[in-house]
Design a protein around this ligand. Structure first.
Ligand code: ADP
Ligand code: MG
Length: 727
């Protein structure tokens, strides 16, 4: 008997839902453990409060004496909430979050002790972080890293620890984390977008990027997950024959949320509320045991922090409910994978969403400006966007017959396409009063109505306009949103900066009116960026052909896609927008290639182990039973035995053939790994991608065939039907 598997099933079937009570309204729980405006006003002096606000709004430096005051207020607040420790919370390039806890507790004279915290500890810390990835930046002894307080994301208390969001940088200034480049990109887009906004409204002094992510995930019973070494080690199933029933009936999507899951969701949502993560939506997803959680959108830096924090929380809360949460982009073959849609827009300090048309012709022209510039930016830097979402896990989605394709394109709907088509005919240079009126009233004037009934949705598009925001759907469920958000905001900043230069040139040089100049530049942008717009089915072969003709990239694998991160053109845009320099980009590129290779390496090792040490011994055991059976039949029937034993003999042969194939492929795969390990960087990642990875599927094929041949009682690995349907 396959003890682990059957014990796990038994344990799962015996589960009693962990009850979750809701004693307080969500609105009362909201941000209780966040050192937000309300808490600051209550605990801080007016001077200290002003100083934090100035740092947040204008990036002003906080004076050391004031920092001391702020630290004391923060500590008092934290102690009042039961905190005992503090930590600098940051997002190193490992893709998760890092923290080292220190107690507030200090000993003082006379054998006494008290809780202490000062500005120095608030503002800067040096984590013992030599093991965080740095891509060679910190190779020299001098170039150590430190964390520095990011006042734009409020401190919060998790459990009994005050968590202070920080950036992680080398003493030589290079970013070592996900947040630093993001903050720089947000600054760049603020500068560029604010300058453009001034054409339309002089009161705009700040533009913030907004992000509303939608997080997809799977929940599997803890015991079932633990019974599968592949899930535990790699986050996905490397083996497992498809179950007879999968997602073909769509019954999970439309069914009610199961009780155990609902309790987990409630618990998670309440924890989110306390930490100020404004989660709002929960539902079943298409695949069995797949779900989604989404918040109200927020300023992008905060939203990124909140997504990282959410993923941490999900791991902890799922444990409590006897689940394991799977963030992998493709945990089950043949079943939908998970993504993380990034809904993105720009919003002004005057409360205007720049990707939402307004009531006046001027507001509509402003909308159009940001809309067209976004499309143009994506056109210019589609490869960089593709690179920003590349990972070993996401390769299973992108370009693998699943939403969305590896080709980046923009969907805007047929009606907006029509508007852009008409705008291509705008007269060059000065416009007649009639043309101007016609444009403003009849062409772009129609946009608000169009968007009201914009039901034109295309689920296959990786970058779709959805009425008042763009939705980047290609992000992997496991990734940190900071990567794609850094790229998107950087390229938009660059595009808006160039736009302003061109418009100013027409106004100052050619004497055009501002609106005329805007129309003129937009016309050219619409023409130039047409090839990135695609309204059809993104999955079909015909789109691949068409995209190739258009010159769009189609990088199916991570090592291929990542190259764009260090192309001269893309390094130039990061350097120009002061987001990252060549050293930082090359370091990141190296880290990502290495991470890719390591993931495939681990998968390959785990698969070798499971096949050799779990599957083959079981299969031989079963084969021996068959052999005994055949021998017995021979004893009874003599020469006639073949008549009765033919099925068994056939099975014995088939099993042997599969074993031979599996063993020889494991040998070959191991040899390929050895060869790959002698290489480094791009070559190493490519070897893992092209020489090692194919064996994963090939070996799986034979193991999955064996699963169908062998006595169910003996099969050691929890089966797909059990993982997906046992509740
Ligand atoms: P769906 O895409 O599933 O139809 P919605 O359109 O309601 O759902 O929104 C999806 C996500 O988009 C939500 O997380 C929401 O917070 C986010 N969102 C809405 N408006 C904006 C915006 N202006 N900027 C960024 N995100 C937004
Ligand atoms: Mg959506």
């Amino acid at each position: 008997m396959a003890t682990i598997r059957f014990n796990a099933l038994q344990e799962t079937l015996n589960r009693v839902p962990v009850l979750v009570e809701e004693k307080e309204r969500r609105s009362q729980l909201y941000a209780k453990y966040v050192f937000n405006e309300k808490a600051m006003l209550q605990y801080m002096t007016a001077e200290a409060y002003r100083s934090v606000r100035d740092a947040v709004e204008f990036g002003h430096k906080i004076d050391r004496k004031i920092a001391d005051q702020i630290a004391v207020s923060m500590k008092d607040w934290a102690l009042s909430k039961g905190a005992t420790h503090y930590t600098h919370w940051f997002q190193p390039l490992t893709g998760s979050t890092a923290e080292k806890h220190d107690a507030f507790f200090e000993t003082i004279e006379g054998g006494n002790a008290m809780e202490l915290f000062d500005g120095g500890k608030l503002v800067q810390q040096e984590p013992d972080a030599s093991s965080f990835p740095h891509g060679g930046i910190r190779n020299t002894f001098e170039a150590r890293g430190y964390t520095a307080w990011d006042p734009t994301s409020p401190a919060f208390i998790y459990d009994t620890t005050l968590c202070i969001p920080t950036v992680f940088v080398a003493y030589t200034g290079e970013a070592l984390d996900n947040k630093t480049p993001l903050l720089r990109a947000l600054q760049a887009v603020d500068d560029a977008a604010t300058a453009v906004c001034k054409y339309f409204d002089k009161n705009v002094t700040k533009v913030s990027a907004t992000l509303g992510w939608e997080q997809e995930y799977f929940l599997i019973d803890k015991a079932l997950a633990a019974s599968r070494p592949d899930i535990m080690m790699t986050g996905r199933t490397l083996l497992g024959h498809a179950s007879a029933k999968g997602q073909q009936l769509d019954d999970h999507y439309f069914g009610s949320i199961p009780t155990r899951i609902l309790n987990f969701m409630r618990d998670l949502e309440q924890e989110c509320m306390l930490l100020g993560i404004p989660v709002k939506t929960r539902h079943n997803e298409v695949a069995p045991n797949q779900f989604e959680v989404a918040p109200i959108f927020e300023e992008a830096n905060l939203a990124v922090d909140h997504n990282s924090l959410l993923m941490d929380l999900m791991k902890k809360v799922s444990q409590k409910h006897n689940f394991k949460v799977l963030f992998h982009e493709k945990p089950f073959k043949g079943i939908n994978g998970s993504g993380k849609h990034n809904n993105w827009s720009l919003s002004t300090n005057t409360g205007v969403n720049l990707l939402s048309p307004g009531k006046t012709p001027m507001k509509n022209l402003q909308f159009l400006t940001f809309f067209v510039n976004t499309i143009k930016a994506v056109y210019e830097y589609e490869e960089l966007i593709r690179a920003s979402i590349a990972s070993a896990g996401n390769d299973h989605r992108l370009g693998a017959n699943e939403a969305p394709p590896a080709i980046i394109s923009v969907f805007i709907g047929s009606q907006l396409s029509q508007v852009l088509d008409e705008l291509e005919n705008v007269t060059k240079g000065k416009l007649s009063p009639k043309e101007k009126t016609d444009l403003k009233l009849n062409i772009i004037g129609k946009i608000p109505e169009i968007l009201l009934d914009n039901t034109d949705r295309n689920r296959t598009s990786p970058f779709a306009f959805t009425g008042n925001k763009f939705e980047l759907r290609a992000v992997g469920s496991w990734s940190n949103c900071a990567g794609p958000m850094t790229v998107l905001n950087t390229i938009i900043a660059k595009q808006l900066k160039d736009f302003k230069v061109e418009v100013d040139k027409l106004v100052d040089g050619k004497g055009l009116k501002k609106d005329e100049a805007v129309f003129n530049v937009l016309r050219e942008y619409i023409k130039a960026s047409k090839d990135i717009r695609f309204e059809g089915d993104g999955y079909g072969d015909s789109w691949e052909k068409e995209a190739k003709k258009r010159g769009l990239s189609n990088h199916r694998t991570t090592p291929e896609a990542l190259k764009a991160k260090i192309s001269d053109k893309n390094i130039a845009v990061f350097e120009e927008m002061k987001v990252m320099n060549r050293v930082e980009l090359e370091a990141r590129h190296e880290i990502e290639l290495e991470e890719y290779a390591k993931r495939i390496q681990i998968e390959s090792r785990v698969l070798g182990d499971i096949s050799r040490n779990h599957v083959i011994p079981t299969v031989i055991q079963y084969q021996n039973t068959l052999i005994e059976n055949v021998k017995g039949l021979k004893e009874i029937f003599g020469n006639d035995y073949q008549k009765y034993a033919s099925e068994q003999i056939d099975l014995i042969k088939r099993i042997s053939n599969h074993i031979v194939e599996i063993n020889s492929m494991i040998e070959d795969m191991t040899d390929q790994r050895k060869k790959a390990n002698k290489l480094s960087g791009q070559k190493n990642a490519e070897a893992y991608c092209n020489k090692v990875k194919p064996y994963l599927e090939d070996i799986r094929y034979h193991v999955d065939k064996l699963e169908l041949l062998v006595d169910d009682n003996l099969w050691p690995l929890t089966k797909y039907r059990e993982l997906l349907f046992t509740k």
